[in-house]
Design a protein around this ligand. Sequence first.
Ligand SMILES: CCCCC/C=C/C(=O)SCCNC(=O)CCNC(=O)[C@H](O)C(C)(C)COP(=O)(O)OP(=O)(O)OC[C@H]1O[C@@H](n2cnc3c(N)ncnc32)[C@H](O)[C@@H]1OP(=O)(O)O
Length: 395
Amino acid sequence: MAVVGLSGRLARCYCLRAVRSSLRVPALQLHVSKTAMGASQKDFESAVNQVKLLKKDPGNEVKLKLYALYKQATEGPCNTPKPGLFDLINKAKWDAWNALGDLPKETARQNYVDLVSGLRSSSDSSSQVKPEADKKQAGYETLVITSEDHITKIMLNRPAKKNALNTQMYQEIMLALEAASKDDSTITVFTGSGDYYSSGNDLTNFTDIPPGGVEEKAKNGAILLRDFVDCFIDFPKPLVAVVNGPAVGISVTVLGLFDLVYASDRATFHTPFSHLGQTPEGCSSYTFPKIMGLAKAVEMLIFGKKLTAGEAYAQGLVTEVFPDSTFEKEVWTRLKAYSKLPRNAMRISKQIIRNHEKEKLHAINAEESSILQERWLSDECVNAVMNFLSQKAKL
Ligand SMILES: CCCCC/C=C/C(=O)SCCNC(=O)CCNC(=O)[C@H](O)C(C)(C)COP(=O)(O)OP(=O)(O)OC[C@H]1O[C@@H](n2cnc3c(N)ncnc32)[C@H](O)[C@@H]1OP(=O)(O)O
């Protein structure tokens, strides 16, 4: 029977990944924030000096993070041969640096500065109160959330996995949106850490099969998807996407529910649903034709055409495109100015603009989720996911 076959194949995928992860040092997840404007060389040098003055030893894990970020900030991606298996210290350092992948030098420099600043404040914390402007919200593992200048920034933070959304990240984003809807910020911003905005749904989500088998997995996935997208439909404040790099799948489709989409000219927009045996979600089956017209929506959603930032702008999915070299500076200057506008007026305006369609969007979300629940059990989808996972398995 088909389902038994699918279940067996997914189980084999799962084993493959289990073996693979047992062979590898886990990638370091850096829970450090990147402030809006980026750190200067002077900030970086000052942070390097401050490390020497830390009162408390930060421990080996943090020292490895510092080492990796320093190397990435000064030399770029790891460029030395991997040390031998028994050269434990150098191997750990190499692994930490290598785990940063293609993280841009400026981001590494900023993350280094933020990490040192966090270490300094925790070592001085006995007597000091953190300034309001630099509060990083604790308790999130896949996100870095900061509040500054009346802006809550939600940064997807799995750069080694191109910010793929795993189950934990979906759940944390829902919590973060709930919190941001109630905090005193005027606008909420999504962005990505590292070179990607997001590579979409984490395809390894499909490998973790519960006792109820693949049907239960598909059912849970559909519930998660529906709840996740509902949070975007209902979000009451202006929602902004700062698309710092390529975006794939669900990270593209939900953009139709954002109020502003700013993109670096490095960003691309790709929804390869048919290639994955899947179908559109995030209400894109409705929002995309409405935004860009049926012909262009079909090209993206059925044929998987990848758009450049310029094309996405021409088709109305993106509000404005900025050169990558000045992207962060220009966007954050703009957003800081917007964040000073009266909060209630912005919120009410959003309600007036969006409320007509809310009910319809919820119905579309429910329908898309239920269709995907079926799709996830199809041979087409299982084969496509297995294909990706086996290509990535470095056994
Ligand atoms: C429950 C709700 C479900 C909602 C339905 C959502 C649907 C979607 O979002 S469909 C879109 C799914 N995403 C994809 O199909 C993208 C898959 N990834 C890729 O095609 C590529 O990785 C890439 C083009 C995004 C980047 O390629 P490249 O620059 O060559 O980098 P790597 O492939 O080496 O990636 C680095 C690292 O990251 C892992 N990774 C990247 N994307 C994903 C992903 N979507 N899921 C899981 N893992 C991903 C990749 O495996 C590499 O990991 P390591 O091998 O461990 O270094």
